[in-house]
Design a binder for this molecule. Structure first.
Ligand code: HEM
Length: 151
């Protein structure tokens, strides 16, 4: 099978070899998108804290990693810690499509929260305008129907 590799790392490990590597509890070995990372030296530096990385030791951390919506800077940085790729014959799940958070952004991957207020402000303005218009129209009709008053 052709094995495309867009990274310079050509070392290939089977899942059994990854498990063996992860037996060393002093290390922190992660699998993300079918690549193997040794983040032992990165634990203290990780902006998300070392605990979240330690919890993923010896596991496939793809979902945990992608759910955070790591920035392109983070993805660039992770190349430093890549030690191998998973043997293609051991790959059961295709790599997850990446959702890259813009660098420097502090919020999550959801970006619809900022504009959500427009969803209720516009209908509210229309409703208020309709009420005002209705009141004006009923008022002018009442004026027309009122019998003339004696002077
Ligand atoms: C080699 C692997 C990893 C690298 C290089 C890395 C790098 C980074 C960087 C640079 C940030 C700062 C925000 C950003 O630029 O996106 C960050 C934040 C974070 N990371 Fe990672 N990370 C890795 C793996 C993981 C994993 C596996 C998890 C989850 C188990 C995780 C959870 C988090 C969390 C929760 C934050 C904080 C997000 C926030 O406060 O906005 N990271 N990481």
């Amino acid at each position: 099978m052709a094995f495309t590799n867009d990274n310079s790392n050509t070392k290939v490990l089977t899942l059994a070899e990854c498990r063996k590597l992860a037996e060393d509890k002093d290390k922190c070995i992660l699998l993300i998108n079918n690549r193997v990372y040794d983040v032992t030296k990165f634990l203290e530096e990780h902006p998300g804290g070392e605990e979240v990385l330690k919890e993923q030791h010896g596991r496939d951390a793809t979902n945990a990693f992608e759910d955070v919506g790591h920035s392109s800077d983070a993805r660039e940085q992770m190349k430093t810690y890549e030690i191998a790729q998973v043997d293609p014959s051991d790959i059961k799940t295709p790599a997850r499509p990446t959702v890259v958070k813009p660098s420097g952004s502090t919020d999550g991957v959801r970006d619809d929260t900022g504009s959500s207020w427009t969803k209720w402000v516009i209908p509210l303005v229309i409703a208020i305008a309709a009420v005002v218009l209705f009141k004006l129209l009923t008022k002018s009709n009442a004026d027309v129907n009122r019998p003339p008053t004696a002077i």
